[in-house]
Design a protein around this ligand. Structure first.
Ligand code: SF4
Length: 66
């Protein structure tokens, strides 16, 4: 089963907490728009992604089973 990273852009306030934890997955551009660079949870990114879910102050990040 694949696990996907989903950001609720209605909740995200572009504070960059997730990018600070794992910049390979989350990137804020010059317009403060958040891009999800890898939308699948992998063994390599799982720790950082789960930490981002936990630490996002807006609870905007979720992991969904596909
Ligand atoms: S930590 Fe949450 S609120 Fe902050 S940029 Fe990432 S998704 Fe948006």
């Amino acid at each position: 089963m694949t696990q996907k990273i989903v950001v609720d852009f209605g909740l995200c306030e572009s504070n960059g907490v997730c990018m600070g934890i794992i910049p390979e997955v989350f990137d804020l551009d010059e317009q403060d728009y958040l891009h999800v660079l890898q939308d699948e949870v992998t063994p390599e990114n799982e720790h950082g992604v789960r930490e981002s879910v936990r630490q996002c102050p807006r609870q905007a990040i979720s992991i969904v089973d596909e």
